[in-house]
Design a protein around this ligand. Structure first.
Ligand SMILES: C[S@@+](CC[C@H](N)C(=O)[O-])C[C@H]1O[C@@H](n2cnc3c(N)ncnc32)[C@H](O)[C@@H]1O
Length: 237
């Protein structure tokens, strides 16, 4: 295949490309105390749907970052069109271009699993202020899967492992996070994020193969609806 799953999201410009989509994001933030002074980093921001929503609703100080140029370009155009003062940076989560203790809250919506998990968590904790909060939405393995099935899922999504809830918990603890709260949303992974958002920013000339990747993603989420789930992780520095 010429394209990865993440290339496909970038080419279609899927906004809210995480389980639960913008509805889950809104639910998560309804429980947080955010105001104009709150500094928030949205890592792996994609096309910037969440960053734009947070900047508009809370007028907070938003920064976002993604390593995919196409995603970041689409995010930047979105912010410009809405006249939102969001600092959008090209960079990797494993090596964040920010100083220590820069943010009150870091948000990672379906991102860390695609990265070097240990290195990313260590960077997230580094850039959070004391008492800062990490909110993360991540895929979890609910039931055991054969190695062959796991490998085919991992290869398709380009992830090196599919962690269970308790494995995520232990990664977060080892990284130094405290007060780890894990929530299982009522929403399911099978309710495609594509339905949960009206937000697409299509590139010109979409290759046929990209539609096949979207189809394959939908088939996988249907087939493994009782095996692959997701959790909202909330933890503090
Ligand atoms: C599933 S998408 C989620 C995008 C966005 N958070 C959302 O919910 O719409 C994962 C995003 O993480 C970005 N990403 C993956 N690995 C990354 C890395 N190592 N550093 C920075 N961004 C990364 C991808 O480019 C992509 O935009």
């Amino acid at each position: 295949m010429k394209y990865t799953y993440l290339d496909c999201l970038a080419q279609f410009g899927v906004g809210g490309a995480h389980p639960g989509g913008l509805s889950l994001t809104k639910e998560m933030f309804s429980k947080e105390q955010i105001d104009e002074k709150t500094t928030i980093l949205d890592v792996g921001c994609g096309t910037g749907q969440t960053s734009a929503f947070l900047a508009e609703k809370y007028k907070c100080k938003m920064t976002c970052l993604d390593h995919n140029e196409m995603m970041l370009e689409k995010a930047t155009k979105r912010f410009r069109s809405k006249n939102l003062p969001i600092d959008a940076r090209l960079g990797t989560i494993e090596n964040l271009p920010f100083g220590e203790k820069s943010f009150d809250l870091v948000l990672s919506e379906s991102v860390v699993a695609f990265t070097d998990i240990r290195q990313s968590l260590s960077e997230l904790i580094r850039v959070l202020k004391p008492n800062g909060v990490l909110l993360a939405i991540e895929m979890v393995l609910e039931k055991p899967l054969s190695e062959k099935e796991q490998t085919s899922i991992m290869e398709f999504y380009g992830v090196s492992r599919i962690l269970t809830e308790s494995q995520w918990n232990s990664y977060l603890q080892k990284a130094g996070f405290h007060q780890i709260k894990i929530e299982k949303s009522q929403m399911t992974l099978e309710q495609p994020e594509f339905e949960n958002t009206t937000d697409f920013y299509l590139s010109e000339q979409l290759d046929e193969e990209l539609y096949d990747i979207l189809d394959h993603h939908e088939q996988l989420t249907k087939k493994y609806q009782n095996v692959l789930g997701f959790r909202v992780f909330r933890c503090c520095v």
